[in-house]
Design a protein around this ligand. Structure first.
Ligand code: SAM
Length: 190
């Protein structure tokens, strides 16, 4: 949609990549960031943002802050973004980049995003940017009825699908597979 394209057009991706990759910031490709992680390719960021259908009053949870780029894109579309990153060094860097770029409606913390962020739940939408082996129950529990969860699910380094998941008021979980993807795994001690 134009709304998502506009939001992406306003975010300087070069501010979120390592200096060595700045010249590739506007290629449609994932790039390495610190701690052996990656910033996703813009096309996937666009698609996941689109699937989330973020509204201007929405409060969104992101699991997997990474560079902070996806959070920055969402920042321009919603009321507030809460973002959790399991690698403390990345959480710290992303928070600094986001603050430096003036994104003041994004809150980042280090932790295991599998557990969500109960203090700020329920969320209008949840976006997970690392591949889970199954749907994390705490995230389903922290979604508003009718809210959207966009998440890659599948084997570590194997077949994964990008799912759009919606939980109805009666607790029924509907899942729709959108496309095969390849994400770094959702890690953590579960
Ligand atoms: N959204 C990021 C961006 O825009 O740069 C890209 C995220 S990268 C593909 C996936 C991130 O998920 C990595 O930074 C990784 O450390 C993080 N991650 C993996 N497991 C996690 C977990 N259990 N909780 C929170 N973050 C996790």
């Amino acid at each position: 949609s134009e709304r998502v394209m506009d939001a992406m057009g306003r975010v300087p991706r070069e501010a979120f990549v390592l200096d060595a990759y700045r010249h590739l910031a506007y290629q449609n490709t994932p790039l390495p960031i610190a701690a052996g992680q990656t910033i996703s390719l813009p096309q996937i960021v666009a698609l996941m943002t689109e699937l989330l259908q973020p509204g201007s009053d929405d409060v969104i949870l992101e699991v997997g802050t990474g560079s902070g780029y996806q959070a920055a894109v969402l920042s321009g579309l919603v009321k507030h973004v809460y973002s959790i990153e399991i690698v403390p060094e990345l959480a710290e860097q992303a928070a600094a980049t986001l603050a430096g770029q003036g994104y003041d409606n994004v809150t980042v913390r280090a932790g295991d995003g599998y557990l969500g962020w109960p203090e700020h739940a329920p969320f209008d939408g949840i976006i997970v940017t690392a591949a889970a082996e199954h749907l994390p129950q705490p995230l389903l529990d922290q979604l508003k009825p009718g809210g959207r969860l966009v998440i890659p699910v599948g084997e570590e380094h194997g077949y994964q699908e990008l799912l759009l998941v919606q939980v109805a008021a009666d607790g029924t979980v509907e899942r729709e597979s959108k496309l095969p993807v390849r994400f770094v795994p959702l890690t953590g001690d579960r």
